[in-house]
Design a protein around this ligand. Structure first.
Ligand SMILES: Nc1nc2c(c(=O)[nH]1)N[C@H]1C(S)=C(S)[C@@H](COP(=O)(O)OP(=O)(O)OC[C@H]3O[C@@H](n4cnc5c(=O)[nH]c(N)nc54)[C@H](O)[C@@H]3O)O[C@H]1N2
Ligand SMILES: Nc1nc2c(c(=O)[nH]1)N[C@H]1C(S)=C(S)[C@@H](COP(=O)(O)OP(=O)(O)OC[C@H]3O[C@@H](n4cnc5c(=O)[nH]c(N)nc54)[C@H](O)[C@@H]3O)O[C@H]1N2
Ligand code: SF4
Ligand SMILES: [Mo]
Length: 735
């Protein structure tokens, strides 16, 4: 099929089989090479408005794409993706456009809020909020020690610095990212194999790429969409392994519908073919790996027929894919994925990540042109230790690290905080840019846990479900209204980018996070570590990496000195300095040290379904549904619907658009059905952006179902991830 024919198949106007979605629209905009916005800017100029332009970084998701915001008479007029930003490459996705409007949103939180006895919120002054929070912090430290405090944040340029400094200054090591509900298992597993937490495909030169539950067309980053679009034009073979034909399908040559959570068997089947048919890279394995003999012995059992029995992919297909990969090697790779199949979803996610790395090792594609690249990242420069004193490292270990010894040290498992609140080890929790309650494990369990804590504080821009569980909500100004610390970006080339203040604050009270945490630190008696402004720190961090704050704030992004990337087998930063088919650390943690099979936890009974989730192009996580423009798209296209396969729908007597009831061991809820050929029978797919419950978010509230409500609170052994898809659901027609 030509690319043109495929596009026609996915076109948003087409009804019936492969009916297009708003996600496809967003994707088309992202892949397109046309420039958006020139016309608007011309119109503004013609209207005689006073135009100004400043750089920032989108906060619509963790990609933090570079953008230029143009204002007319001080009001936001248009945002454009930055040409030189490696993730934007001149384009913003639909969420980038939508979230840019947040400054003007009518349901922002615009004053500090305090939760009353009856659960309602009252405005409170900043000074009063700081005073009361500080009293509680001091009380917790006195009675339970600083280790009873924790900070959970989704890393942002200033946020990750100030929140860590704050919690460490109070004497606690309990600093976590959102990772347990995103990519914690994957990064932890990859680390054990290659000594780095991630890698990338060398898209411009690759001949074949296999996706294991990752969709560039749904979990969007503009540059990724552009890379895959260009590769598809070159007839690169792109294989999608996914129970659902996702919106990357437009670029794909194969769709392999797989039983969710069983990707590990597919990968081991491929490994078996490569080893038993002697199709693997002997030179790589002999010179650059440890544990291959043990791995090869074990892999002998994982025949394609064995794999078929587990993952439901025909043995012949596994053999064909393995042989095609071997033929394309080393200019091919298994893509590293991000969240879905093995980021945090299953009991075997950590091990699946190791298996992905093992297949790449057999293909000898590490560091090769067209293969899997491990690149480096720049860091903030050294700063004057008198002006910016380091915070002494708190004593003790971060909660969760002992029980989950394989957890990636840069993330930790935030679910240790949930557990810690339940068992009394944690008494005070801070959240920054985090809607943990709605997204990191079962919301009911988070509520139960946070109800037990003595102090919960959220720094947010709207009254999220986590804010609803907080004693104090401190409003941050939105992203275009604030400057932040420099953001350093790695890859084949190194860059530094910055958010600048392009809009004057729309509301008087919200503050940027550097100010909030510095002031809170002063109130808590640790202000000596915050005796500088964000401008001073930014300038200092840049000065020692050869960039100036003037240059970065003017251009938005600056390329740093060339890191000297070159192709060739990398030096693996593992303890053995080799690729590890065997890991001593994994063995010491009580697991099979040799990369191999591990089962998923929950198998659906005869009347149950596998339950999988995924992104939609125009929404982010749990936070964007209340934005007027993005909410309107979801409603117009009925995007909140649950997907059922045509075969299953027929059996259950369900037609497209019918209301259905979904129930798991944890939760029962209703929504409408989307009946489609694009889903493997036996599987139910629910988009993950719906079911907000906060009464303050009136547009989002009660639209669709929240995936996480259905999932029990449990943690993946070894790493402590949320195992977000270890649950089965029942479906029945109700209307
Ligand atoms: N639109 C949008 N884009 C985003 C984000 C967003 O929120 N919205 N967030 C960003 C972030 S933080 C992340 S982590 C990435 C996530 O990016 P992805 O990991 O690509 O995200 P998903 O859409 O969750 O999952 C991709 C596919 O995996 C499939 N899948 C689910 N379970 C399984 C399984 O067990 N096996 C296999 N083989 N496939 C499975 C789903 O059907 C789905 O099509 O997206 C980034 N980009
Ligand atoms: N139900 C569900 N859960 C999920 C996901 C999902 O798609 N659905 N995705 C998973 C993934 S891949 C990830 S990466 C994580 C993401 O984890 P989070 O980043 O916690 O996810 P969000 O749900 O986007 O919540 C972000 C919160 O930050 C707030 N916020 C937005 N902008 C700002 C700002 O400028 N300043 C401050 N202080 N706050 C701001 C939002 O209002 C929201 O409350 O969630 C994971 N959990
Ligand atoms: S991928 Fe989209 S939402 Fe995410 S940072 Fe880039 S433009 Fe913003
Ligand atoms: Mo994520």
């Amino acid at each position: 099929m030509t690319q043109e024919e495929k596009r026609a198949l996915f076109a948003p106007t087409r009804r019936g089989f492969l009916k297009g979605s708003a996600a496809t629209l967003a994707l088309a905009a992202t892949a397109g090479a046309y420039s958006f916005g020139t016309w608007q800017v011309e119109q503004a100029a013609a209207a005689g408005g006073n135009l100004a332009k400043g750089p920032s970084l989108c906060n619509g998701c963790s990609s933090k794409c570079g953008l230029f915001a143009t204002t007319m008479d001080g009001r936001l007029w248009i945002v454009n993706g930055m040409e030189d930003h490696p993730y934007a490459k001149g384009t913003l996705c639909g969420r980038g456009q939508g979230t840019a409007q947040w400054a003007y949103d009518d349901e922002r939180v615009t004053q500090p809020m305090k939760r009353m006895e009856d659960g309602s919120f009252e405005p409170i002054s900043w000074d009063q909020a700081y005073k009361e929070i500080a009293e509680k912090v001091k009380g917790i430290i006195e009675t339970a020690g600083p280790e009873a405090l924790a900070m959970i944040q989704d890393p942002r340029p200033s946020g990750k610095y100030y929140t860590k400094r704050f919690i460490n200054a109070l004497g606690s090591n309990n600093f976590y990212t959102h990772g347990a509900a995103c990519n914690l298992s994957k990064e932890s597993g990859i680390e054990q194999a290659i000594g780095a937490s991630n890698y990338s495909v060398d898209w411009p030169n690759t001949k074949m790429v296999v996706f294991i539950g990752r969709s560039y067309g749904d979990g969007i980053r503009p540059s990724s969409v552009q890379s895959i679009a260009a590769a598809a034009e070159r007839d690169t073979r792109i294989v999608i392994v996914d129970p659902r034909l996702n919106n990357t399908g437009i670029f794909a040559s194969d769709w392999i519908p797989i039983k969710p959570g069983n990707d590990i068997a597919f990968l081991l089947g491929i490994a078996n073919v490569l080893v038993t048919k002697d199709l693997y890279d002997h030179a790589f394995v002999e010179q650059h790996s440890v544990g291959f003999p043990e791995f090869a012995a074990q892999v002998a059992e994982y025949t394609p027929e064995w794999a078929e029995g587990i993952c439901d992919v025909p043995a012949e297909k596994i053999v064909e894919i393995a042989e095609a990969l071997a033929k394309a090697a080393p200019a091919c790779a298994i893509e590293p994925s991000w969240r879905a199949a093995f980021g945090c979803a299953h009991q075997n996610s950590f091990e699946t990540a190791r298996c992905v790395c093992a297949v790449n090792a057999l293909l000898g594609c590490w560091g090769q042109k067209g293969g899997a690249l491990i690149t480096s990242s720049p860091k903030a420069g050294e700063v004057d230790p008198i002006k910016f004193p380091s915070v002494p490292k708190p004593a003790g270990t971060r909660l969760g690290d002992t029980e989950f010894p394989l957890v990636s040290s840069s993330m930790g498992t935030n679910l240790a905080v949930l557990d810690g609140c339940l068992n009394g080890k944690i008494e005070g929790v801070f959240f920054y840019n985090s809607n943990a309650v709605q997204g990191y494990s079962q919301p009911a369990k988070w509520r139960e846990a946070l109800d037990k804590a003595k102090l919960v504080v959220s720094v947010d821009i709207q009254m999220s479900e986590t804010c609803m569980q907080s004693d104090y909500v401190l409003p941050e100004c939105t992203v275009l209204e604030r400057m932040e610390l420099p953001e350093f970006i790695g890859g084949k080339k190194h860059y530094v980018a910055m958010r600048t203040k392009v809009l004057e604050p729309v509301h008087p009270e919200p503050k940027p996070c550097d100010q909030i945490f510095s002031e809170l630190a002063r109130a808590c008696g640790v202000g000596q570590y915050f005796d500088f402004t964000v401008e001073e720190l930014a300038a200092a961090q840049l000065a020692t990496v050869g960039a100036s704050i003037e240059e970065v704030t003017e251009k938005g992004i600056v390329e740093l000195s060339n890191p000297g990337f070159s192709y060739g087998v990398p030096k693996f930063k593992t303890p053995t300095e080799k690729f590890q088919f065997i890991s001593e650390k994994v063995g010491a943690a009580g697991f099979n040290p040799v990369i191999g099979y591990a089962p998923r936890l929950v198998e659906p009974a005869a009347d149950e379904f596998y339950f999988v989730g995924g992104k939609q192009g125009i929404q982010s996580h749990t936070m964007t549904l209340n934005l007027e423009s993005l909410n309107a798209i979801s409603r117009e296209y009925d995007l909140e619907r649950v997907w059922l396969s045509t075969a299953d729908a027929q059996k259950l007597g369900i037609a497209d658009g019918d209301t259905v009831e979904l129930s798991s061991s944890e939760f029962t809820g209703r929504t409408r059905a989307k009946v489609t050929e694009r889903l493997k029978p036996g599987v139910v797919f629910l988009p993950t952006h719906y079911g907000n419950t906060s009464p303050y978010l009136t547009r989002a509230r009660d639209l669709g179902l929240n995936f996480m409500d259905f999932v029990p609170f449990h943690m993946e052994p070894g790493v402590g991830a949320a195992m977000t898809q270890e649950v089965a659901v029942k479906v029945r027609k109700v209307g």
